[in-house]
Design a protein around this ligand. Structure first.
Ligand SMILES: Nc1ncnc2c1ncn2[C@@H]1O[C@H](COP(=O)(O)OP(=O)(O)OP(=O)(O)O)[C@@H](O)[C@H]1O
Length: 281
């Protein structure tokens, strides 16, 4: 089925993307040790090496507590690794930057700003003139299917709508990389499916690099060029699986495609075989 497992030792320097010649994110022998409240050290990540090619859609899949979010926070510059380096376009990541846009499960919208105000916020901060920022925000809101909701406030929106606003707000900064931490995890199945479809439509248009954390094998296979499977804590990379399915992807077509089903079954099996789908003890 074209699934070529790559062992962790082989990963450093192997770009995960179609435009493989241009690495955008390089994670080199990164480990993360946290001090816990009991003052014991907890190794969240152990010796992670990963190179992500520009324009790739890469999902990170793994059991609860294996360090997926921590890895994303390191790339986002919110956490500094205990050892190893993370680079964006060849430069060490030393803090957050507008080149990397986070879209997390907690929507973190400004409750006192309207939908339009939330999306305009970033461009205004970057010095864009209000009329231009409003026009950009309207375009992005149209892209995420929220035309007509510009004057609404976050409390008036459903979870799925808030997540759309959060995505538009992040896109408004013009990031080169989207860091998505279980963005659809709290949504009902129907809304989640719609947002997955819409995200792929948006991604097809400008092919930003996406790092996407999820617990869902199906979601990872549907969206991604590559699925990075992590082992249970302390997080290591177990496998990287190429998802060799045609794009643009349509869910109704994929559901009839035996290769799609096979990827899902094989990846689920990998988890089952290792016991990694169980909660950490
Ligand atoms: N700031 C912190 N201080 C101490 N421990 C932390 C900190 N952040 C994360 N951890 C621990 O590191 C481990 C990895 O956490 P992380 O949130 O990255 O995992 P995850 O794979 O994203 O989990 P989940 O799928 O449940 O969201 C967990 O055991 C967590 O308790």
């Amino acid at each position: 089925m074209g699934v070529t497992p790559i062992r962790p030792g082989q990963l450093a320097g192997v770009p995960l993307g179609r435009r493989a010649a241009t690495p955008i994110i390089e994670i080199d022998h990164v480990s993360q040790v946290f001090k816990t409240s009991s003052r014991r050290d907890h190794t969240a990540l152990s010796d992670i090496s990963l190179t992500v090619g520009e324009g790739a859609f890469v999902s990170i899949l793994g059991p609860s507590g294996c360090g997926k979010s921590t890895l994303l926070y390191i790339v986002g510059g919110f956490v500094s690794p205990t050892s190893g380096t993370a680079k964006m376009k060849g430069k060490p990541i030393t803090g957050p930057g507008t080149d990397r846009g986070p879209v997390f499960q907690e929507f973190a919208l400004f409750p006192w700003k309207s939908v339009l105000g939330n999306v305009m916020y970033g461009p205004l901060q970057q010095g864009m003139k209000p009329a231009k920022a409003a026009a950009l925000a309207r375009t992005l809101l149209a892209m995420v299917g929220l035309t007509g909701f510009e004057k609404f406030y976050p409390k008036e929106l459903s979870g799925g709508m808030k997540q759309r606003v959060a995505l538009a707000r992040t896109l408004a900064y013009g990031p080169e990389v989207l860091l998505m931490d279980e963005p659809f995890g709290a949504l009902d199945a129907h809304t989640r499916t719609r947002l997955q479809n819409d995200l792929l439509d948006i991604w097809e248009r400008d092919r930003k690099t996406v790092l996407f954390v999820t617990h869902s094998v199906e979601e990872a296979v549907f969206l991604s060029d590559k699925v990075v499977m992590m082992s249970r804590s302390p997080g290591r990379i177990r496998e990287v699986i190429d998802i060799d399915l045609p794009r643009p992807r349509r869910r109704d077509e994929l559901l009839l495609d035996p290769r799609y089903q096979k990827y899902i079954v094989e990846i689920e099996r990998m988890f089952d075989a290792s016991g990694d789908n169980e909660l950490p003890s």
